[in-house]
Every structure is written in structure tokens, then in C-alpha cells.
Ligand binder design. Structure first.
Ligand code: KG4
Ligand code: ZN
Length: 329
């Protein structure tokens, strides 16, 4: 059983994303990035993001439908990110989704953004449960056990900054631009990961994470460093963050009996993290779901996948949506 043709909209942050998924196959996955718009400010400006979503929405919906080769009237359900995210941005997506649902007379389902990141892995194949998931994005960093469909148990989360936020802030300190994750990964290729030993906060304690200390440490280190060392700082910072994330997964695998490890969220696009998670899973004899980079970053295909799963499970569609930013999972 599948949910047929699902059109999904995701506007939680600064990407206007629309996807069409037909019987589990991604027919179109359009992401219109606002990165260039926010870059001069060094971060996402909520008001600018909401206006840009509004300006792009109709065009992006049309582009996704055209790319899918599927007519709007063949769409069987609409899925939309209901939160968490920037309220102004969410309102635009929810409004558009509601308009489509009413106009096409189709059910509308609201999807939690982080559940969407989890479902990205399912697009590439079934995920055996229970699974241990590492969700690392610009707004969240959490370790969650997926015990059964829609049954989650939070093991740990960041006490301060999210992993992606740390990448963005350190990139800004290093003058590498926005978004920081890809910029740091690129700069790190010319650097030595063992050049500087940055602290690994909470590495050997429980499952919570903390990434606010390391940006202060990087800033302090740079006061006495030369520009030529940027690559070394980027590589050493990346190494420290990846090391902590992988150590937490390893700890979790020692106490949780799971079939697979799943990663998701923008930071899951990070090359060294992907390699080390794959290595860890191999060493531990569990499966690893490491979604394509385009499915790790914010996209609407993951929202369609999660929405379809909930529809198939019998969840009732809603007439209107509570667009208050919701708590994760
Ligand atoms: O999931 P996402 O696209 O949006 C949120 O839900 O936040 O994640 C965006 C975050 C940003 O902080 C960005 O710097 C980070 O993911 N990111 C990366 C990489 N690509 C994106 N972090 C590390 N390495 C990358 N290659
Ligand atoms: Zn996200």
C-alpha cells in the first residue's frame, strides 16, 4: 500500500522546496535556495525568507509539477512541513498547501520537519527497525531511537548550539561565508585535521551534545594565528565535531540493540561524517542509511515520504493547520 501521488511543500527555513512523489518514487524534488539572498547578512533573515518564499511559491510548485510530468489533478494528497521552523516561512508553505488541498479537494497532512529528515533515508529503501538515528541540522542535533513506525525515544540532544549552527558560526569567524557547512568542508580539504586539538565537549558523557564552546575556542585560537592557517582550523574544527558525533553513536550502539543507523539533516551531507558513520556501522555489524546529500539538506521529498507514511498508517488529514512552531518529534 502506498499513498499514491503526494505533492509536498517545505518552507521551514530558507529553501522553497516542492516535491512530487509517486508510489514511493521521487518524480520531482525542486529546491529553490535563498542562500544568495541571505549571504550578505551572514545568516538567514526571517523576514527576508518569508517574503522570498511567498514570491517563489507558485513558480516552484509549477516547476515541480512540470518536472514530474504529473498533472495537478492526479495529485492524491498534499503534505506540508508544519514545524519546527521560522514562523513566517512556515505560514507561507502551509498557506500554499492549504490552498492546493482545498482547490484540488485532496487531503492535507502536516509533517514534523525532523520526522521528514528521518524519512529521507526511506526514500532510498526500507529502513529496518529499531534504528538509531542521528539528526544534525542547522537548528537541531539529536540522537533518537526509532523503536517502531512513529515511535521515537530521544536519547540525547544538544544543550546549546546545533551542529550545523556551529559550522555556520565558525565559518563566519573564519570568513568563509554562508552557509558554513559546505564552506568548512571545502576549506578543510587543504588542512590537517590534527593541526589543533579542539575540545570534544561531553564526548564521554551520556548522549547530550554541546557545540557552543568550540566556536569560542576557535575565535580565541585565531587571535594568535595567521590567515594561512584557516584550512588547518577548518579541518581541526570539523574533525572535533565529527569525532564527538561518531563517539555518541558508538556509545549509543553499546547500549541500544538496533538493526540500523540512520543519519539525516544538513550536516549529514558532510563527507568525513558520512565516511565515519559507514565505518562505524561496518565495524558494529549494523546497517547504515546514509541518504544522498540532496536528501540530507532541506527538501520536500522527505516531507512527502513522511506524510505518505502517516497517511498510509491511517492518520487523518487536517482541515486547517496549527502553524505554531511545533516541538521536534
Ligand atoms: O537540514 P538543513 O538543510 O536545514 C535545517 O533544518 O537547519 O541543515 C542546514 C545546516 C546548516 O547549518 C549547514 O551549514 C549545514 O547544515 N551543512 C553542513 C554541510 N552542508 C550543510 N554541515 C557540515 N558539512 C556539510 N557539508
Ligand atoms: Zn532541516
Amino acid at each position: 500500500v502506498d499513498a499514491g501521488v503526494v505533492l509536498a511543500i517545505e518552507t521551514s527555513c530558507d529553501d522553497t522546496a516542492v516535491a512530487v512523489v509517486a508510489g514511493g518514487r521521487v518524480a520531482a524534488n525542486v529546491v529553490r535556495s535563498q542562500a544568495a539572498l541571505h549571504a550578505p547578512f551572514g545568516g538567514v533573515v526571517p523576514e527576508v525568507a518569508a517574503r522570498a518564499h511567498d514570491a517563489a511559491m507558485v513558480e516552484v510548485v509549477e516547476e515541480a509539477l512540470a518536472e514530474s510530468g504529473i498533472d495537478a489533478h492526479e495529485v492524491e494528497a498534499i503534505a506540508v512541513t508544519k514545524g519546527p521552523g521560522l514562523p513566517g516561512s512556515l505560514v507561507v508553505g502551509v498557506g500554499a498547501a492549504l490552498g492546493l488541498a482545498v482547490g484540488l479537494d485532496r487531503p492535507l497532512i502536516g509533517v514534523d520537519h525532523m520526522e521528514g529528515h528521518l524519512y529521507a533515508a526511506t526514500i532510498e529503501g526500507p529502513v529496518a527497525l529499531p534504528a538509531l538515528s542521528l539528526l544534525v541540522s542547522g537548528g537541531h542535533s539529536e540522537l533518537v531511537v526509532i523503536e517502531a513506525p512513529f515511535r521515537y525515544r530521544l536519547l540525547g540532544r544538544t544543550r546549546d548550539d546545533a551542529a550545523g549552527e556551529a559550522f555556520d558560526k565558525v565559518a563566519r569567524i573564519l570568513g568563509l561565508g554562508f552557509p558554513g557547512g559546505p564552506a568548512i568542508e571545502a576549506a578543510a580539504r587543504d588542512g590537517r585535521p590534527d593541526a589543533i586539538r579542539f575540545a570534544r565537549a561531553l564526548r564521554n558523557q551520556g548522549f547530550d551534545l554541546s557545540f557552543s564552546g568550540i566556536k569560542t575556542e576557535v575565535a580565541r585560537y585565531l587571535e594568535g594565528a595567521r590567515a594561512a592557517e584557516v584550512a588547518d582550523v577548518a579541518a581541526s574544527f570539523q574533525e572535533a565535531v565529527v569525532d564527538v558525533l561518531v563517539a555518541k553513536l558508538e556509545r549509543a550502539l553499546e547500549s541500544e540493540r538496533v538493526e540500523t543507523v540512520v543519519i539525516g539533516g544538513g550536516v549529514a551531507a558532510n563527507g568525513p561524517l558520512r565516511e565515519r558513520v559507514a565505518e562505524l556501522a561496518r565495524a558494529r555489524g549494523v546497517g547504515a542509511h546514509i541518504p544522498a546529500r540532496s536528501l540530507c539538506a532541506d527538501n520536500a521529498a522527505m516531507i512527502a515520504a513522511a506524510g505518505a507514511a502517516r497517511l498510509v498508517a491511517g492518520e487523518h488529514a487536517v482541515d486547517g493547520l496549527d502553524i505554531e512552531p511545533t516541538r521536534s518529534l
